[in-house]
Design a protein around this ligand. Structure first.
Ligand code: SF4
Length: 409
């Protein structure tokens, strides 16, 4: 895969060496066992895959290059570049301004823009409506478009389904930028509905099966269906696509469930189910799948706890947390600063959306085994910072430098 020029401050010598060595040993990416960093009383198991993905590195490279090549110009980002506070703060420090917050709330009015300004489209992509609005102002959107090719792949899949007259069901977080963009692209061609989880799919199925009054749909799915959506006509042929960062098992369960609903409702068989249900494989991206598989791999280790590093509003990171939580105490932190001491950690509970303080998070035993991973928008330097901070809490018998040598030879 192409390599990108991202600022060195996001890289980590230790993690770069580890990733390089693992890649050489496992070119086909079949091995999901974690890498053991044995510091003696502290044993860290690093996930086989984590950190910056293709789309994030591509977006960061384009954004910083745009800043370098356009001194004196006003540069805006439609919304957060990616869901990582450090990267976003760095861009703002370089003079880049965000036009909207993560929920689409306008921070800078569009009518303050002029054709001389640059507006960067973030990695999640954007809606056709916003693109059109910018073009009308005289701002070309193609030149500074960092939309990830894996997001565009979902749009292409939606278009293919649409051309065969299926309605597109989008499994995604209704307010997430990527889901809003995918919805806009799908709805341009065909009726579209967003569902956020399996429960939502079950409720949608009640309209397909005629178990709920159609009129109720418009209230229940408010803001999540395309204009002129007809609940009686537009749920007769469907296909499912996903936000690229959903939990693989959820996505599969939803597609299987809706397929079964169509089979029962229209008395179909596996052989002719395509008459009503488009044959789509999931549209999760490679990074989402690899990172989730790597978490499953590291959960085979008999560890004491897991630390997941990433932005609190990052969808792919929260799914890694969800997987870890099923097995062991898990702490979702945005940087090493959240490890306050050997006793205390400040971490994010994404279910209640609040940061909480936990005491005695490190067990009193020797060795302590900790699993570590991070989301696709998290710089490796932050993960190395977390490792450094943990090292300080133990009388380690092996230094960082010794470990790096092990991975370089
Ligand atoms: S998580 Fe996947 S879809 Fe999103 S930017 Fe990264 S590679 Fe692209």
């Amino acid at each position: 895969m192409k390599s990108f020029d991202v600022p060195i401050i996001y890289r980590s010598p230790l993690i770069t060496a580890i990733k390089k060595k693992r890649k050489e040993q496992d070119k086909m990416k079949k091995d999901f066992t974690p890498t053991l960093l044995d510091f003696g009383p502290l044993q860290i198991y690093l996930a086989r895959h984590f950190g910056f993905c293709y789309g994030v590195e591509n977006a960061i490279e384009i954004a910083f290059r745009t800043v370098d090549e356009n001194p004196g110009k006003r540069i805006f980002l439609l919304s957060e570049m990616i869901h990582n506070p450090q990267v976003n703060a760095d861009l703002q420090a370089h003079g880049v301004q965000f036009m909207q917050d993560n929920y689409g709330k306008q921070l800078i009015p569009f009518d303050t823009l002029s054709p001389h300004d640059i507006v960067i489209i973030p990695a999640f992509g954007t809606t056709l409506e916003l693109e059109e609005r910018l073009n009308k102002i005289g701002i070309p959107t193609e030149k500074y478009d960092t939309t990830c090719p894996f997001v565009e792949k979902v749009w292409n899949r939606s278009e293919q389904i649409a051309k065969k007259n299926y309605t597109v069901i989008i499994h995604g977080k209704p307010k997430h930028e990527e889901t809003r963009a995918t919805f806009s692209h799908a709805a341009f061609f065909t009726p579209a509905v967003i569902i956020k989880d399996k429960d939502h799919a079950v409720e949608l199925a009640k309209y397909i099966k005629g178990e709920k009054p159609p009129a109720q749909f418009y209230e229940e799915f408010k803001g999540q269906y395309s204009d002129d959506f007809s609940v009686t006509n537009d749920l007769q042929r469907i296909g499912v696509v996903n936000q690229t960062t959903m939990l693989a098992s959820d996505t599969q369960a939803i597609a299987d469930y809706l397929k079964q609903v169509m089979i029962e409702k229209y008395k179909l068989t596996i052989g002719n189910v395509e008459e009503r249900f488009a044959d789509t494989r999931d549209t999760l991206c490679y990074a989402t799948l690899e990172n989730q598989q790597a978490v499953s791999g590291m959960l085979q280790t008999n560890a004491d706890l897991a630390i997941v590093v990433g932005g609190y509003n990052s969808s792919n990171t929260s799914h890694l947390v969800e997987l870890c939580e099923e097995k062991l105490p898990t702490y979702f932190i945005s940087s090493e600063e959240k490890i306050l001491s050997a006793k205390e950690i400040l971490h994010y509970n994404f279910h209640t959306k609040e940061e909480i303080l936990t005491q005695y998070f490190l067990p009193d035993k020797n060795p302590v085994k900790i699993l570590i991973t991070s989301g696709a928008s998290c710089p490796d330097a932050l993960v190395e910072g977390v490792i450094n901070k943990l090292e300080k809490n133990f009388a380690i018998t092996r230094s960082h430098e010794e470990l790096i040598k092990k991975f370089i030879v």
